[in-house]
Every structure is written in C-alpha cells, then in structure tokens.
Design a protein around this ligand. Sequence first.
Ligand code: GLV
Ligand code: MN
Ligand code: MN
Length: 585
Amino acid sequence: MSEVLAHQIATHTGFVALVDELYEAGPWLAERAWRERPFASAAALKACLARTVREASRDEQVALLRVPADCRNGVAARLAASADATGPMQASPADAARLRELGDDYAARFGWPFVPEVSAPPVREPGAPQMLEDLRRRLDNPMELELVESLRQLHRIAELRLNRRLGLRPLLGEQVLEWCELLAEHSEPPWQAQGKLTVTYLSAAHRACAARLRQWMVECGFDEVHLDAIGNVVGIYHAEHRDAPRLLTGSHYDTVRDAGRLDGRVGILVPMLGVRELARARRRLPFGIEVVGFAEEEGQRFQAAFLGSSALVGSFDPAWLELRDEHGVRLREAMIEAGLPGTMEAIRALRRDPARYLGFVEVHIEQGPVLESLDLPLGIVHSINASARAVGEVVGMAAHAGTTPMDARRDAACAVAELILLAERSAAQAPGAVATVGQLEVPGGSVNVVPGRCRFSLDVRAPDDALRDRVRTQIEVGLREVCARRGLRMELRETLREPAAPSDAGLQARWERALEGLGVPVLRMSSGAGHDAMKMHRLLPQAMLFVRGAHGGISHNALESSTADDLHLACQAFQRLLEDFRASC
Ligand code: GLV
Ligand code: MN
Ligand code: MN
C-alpha cells in the first residue's frame, strides 16, 4: 500500500475524510468500512467500500446516487463539465436537447439521475452520440440491473478520485487498453464500416493484427519473434541460460463477430508487458518466457476452433485443412494465401515438448458477472467447463404459406423453435450447465413460404464432462422426438468436444501468492467460457487468471470492457508470478 494512503487511513478522522471525499456518502459508509480494517492495499480498500455499499439498504444506495456532486449529477453536469474536468462535452443543440429529455425520462423511471460511464485515459471521453446510445440502452435495463450499473459508475468515480488523490496512474493497465484500441483498428468488412470489430482467422484484419503484435513484441525486447505455420505470433525472452525451461503463456487474437476489444488480446498483452519490464531492467530469469498470440480460438470462419493451441499440443486434425468457409475457401488455401505452408508437416512441427516447459498460464477477462458482483478485480480459475458444439439441419417440406393448412405442414423452423426451448429447459434443470442455439437460418426462406429447411448451431457446456454429455444427449433425443412427431428429417454433426480442464494446484497456488502479495482478496472460480488453456491442458499443467469485466462482465459484445486499474493489477500479478517462479527455480 502507498505510504500516503497508509497515513491517510491510519486514523479514524483521516479515514472518514477520505471516504467522504470519494463517495460523499455521509458518515455511514466510512463508519461501516472502518470496522473492516486493516486493508492490505488500495485494491482491498476499494473492494471493501464497494462491498459495504452492496450490503447497504436500498434507500442508502439510492441516496448515494442522488448526491448532487459534479460528474454524478447526470446529463446536465456532463454537458457542463466532463468527469475528469477536461471540459464540457461537445454536443449539437439537437443532441443536447435529446440528452436532457432522455435524462429526465431516466430520472423519472429509476428515481435517481443518470450516472454516465466514466472514462479515463487512454479511453476516449464518450461524445454526445455515444452518451445518447448509452442512455437509450440503460433506459431499457430492469430496475435492479440499472441500480447495480449506476453504483458501479460510482465506484469507478471513487477509484479515479482515489488515484488522483494518491497521484497513482495504472500505467501498465493503460498500456494494455491502448494496445487493445490500436488492435481494434483492424476489422473486417462489412463490420469495419459499421465501427464494429470482427477479426476471423487469416482475414486481412487478422494478418494486420499479427503484424502489429510482432512489431510490439520486438519493441518490448523479446529476443526472438516469429509467425509460426498456423499464424500464431510467438515471442521468446530467453533465460539466463538459453536451454533453461520456459514458462508458456498467451491467448488468442482472433475475435467473434461484432466482438469486444479485450477477449483474448489481454492475455497476450499482459505478459508482453512483463517481458518489456524485464528487458528494460536488463534482467534475465532462470527460466525463459514464451508468449503466444494464438491465431484462432473462436471457431468463427471454419467449423473448427482452437486451431492455434491445437497445433501446439499436437491435436490439429488433418481433416480441418479441407474445411471450407462460408465463401467456399478451404482452410488450406487460406493458409497458403496468407503465406503459411498449409501442410500437416509444418503444423505437426509446432508441437511443444512438455519437458521444456514449466507450465502454461493464461490471463483473460472473466467474460461473466462473478467478479463484478463480488467487487473483486481478479480471480483464479480452478477449472474450465467442458463444452460440446454441433451444427444441424432439420429438413421438412417447403410449401405455400397461404394454402397449407396448419395440420398439414412439415415446418422445419417450428422444430428448431422447439429445440431452442428444449435446450433452454434441459440446461436450466441441470445446475451449472448452459445450452445455446446461437445460429439459426432458413436457407432461401421467404415471407410466404413454410420453411422447408432450418439450420442451427448448438453449444452445450457444464462443469464436468458427464453433466455436459447428459444435457447434450437429452437435447438430441428430444429433437429426434420432435422431428419424428412432425415428420421431419434431421442431421446433427459434432464440431467440437472439449473435456473440462481442472487447473493445476501448484500453478493456482502461485497465482494465489501473487494476489496475496498485491493485497487483492483471493477468489477461486470456474470458467464458463472456453480458452486456449483448455487445449494446452492436454500437454502442460495450466492455470488461468481472470480480470473483472465491466457491465456485469458482458463479453462477445462490443460493450465488453475493463478498467486500466484492474488490468494494471493483472500485469502486476503476472510480474509477481514470474518472481514466484524465480524464487523456486
Ligand atoms: C470462446 O470464447 C468460447 O468460450 O466460446
Ligand atoms: Mn471469445
Ligand atoms: Mn477468449
């Protein structure tokens, strides 16, 4: 903890004054938080204050939101002066009028003023159009969700005030965010023109991201940087002795369609900063560090996922080279077009020898609500859920929508509609399991034609393989019954099956010591999302570190975000992990 902070909170008077400066809550917040002393760090203090607000009565929470202080005072104040006092927000008279109008609607609906998203460098202050969009979106939020979202903004304001007060700048976290912004400049048509981020395997945007990562790795001081035969960007920082074992780390740089900016990328950039700091200090460790920007994890362009990490563990299926994307381009052709060899020989050569590595660690945003709901910046993953994906098609009979009686139809889309509800029910009845039909298509469908075909995807996940299989089977059996009843034919083809990946106890303990050293409360949690670590698990012990995401941890969505403060803590945790390895090597 900084000396300034330690001094300020050493006495009751100092503590009350600080908390009042941060939240303007009146004495109750400081008094309750005071009972929770001592605080191991600024992060622990912030977590305690947020928890105290979470546990306060609803009236106390709403009263906090009604405090008429500068940036909290909703739309009007934001038009007058921005949160970090950089000047009033520029808005056309029409936008300003609309903002005021929606701000009034907001206050009338929720009972407190709109607290806008607070930004801090390097994230740009949102302009009026962005704020209008946020206001519209949040006006649709259910009351309880919006209360949590508004309180989150309050905690963020308090955090920025605390940073200002202590003269702290989360420089490493700011660097991660800045790099994420720069990587997000590369997106594919038609998404790019809409200001949306989509980077699928070996597209021009994907190759541009790889080039940027390579350049940054060189600038960070990696000894060797290269693009491998699958398109992974690999950076190596040698140990004191070149043949010493290495710590393997990284995550993916491809994205889903209309993605957030942090998914995957954070796990490449955080370790890159770890290496940059070592190189700047001209330090070598007794082990090497190998950072991999995995080329493909999301399974968007071809019906196969984890292409990058599959190559490293030797499980790349040769049949994948023949897969075609939606334009009919084969994976092998896409590789050759991108300047990669496109041969199994080159891909097989990427398999790592586990004897040469200490293990695999991956930093990733949580992509879920747990850390935010507990007001914690970081979490340690104890296990990654099992998953299975499939694509399917139901075939019935296309027919005239006006003349075909309801009891004579063989409507393929109706069967898939039943499937969706069946998937929802099956997963809801199996605690911990989730099932999603994320893609639906009536090929060549028309407004006046009963759907003769319907294509769909299915994604099922659960904490363990047996539960995943039970839910998956239940859904498939149910769909077969639906099709039999409706006189339809169906096909279901599995495209992915990954077992659950429990984290290595020793690596988890290393992350735990890193968090304890930072004074960050330790939480162990499971991962609902799939990760490269899941594949690497086949070859090496692995353990992941999660970073809190904002907006309830939303991900696979452009709203995905995190703060420089949380990302800075992740960078520090990674640096401490390196020191922990050093101490035991
Ligand atoms: C990857 O993001 C996945 O979990 O689907
Ligand atoms: Mn993802
Ligand atoms: Mn990811």
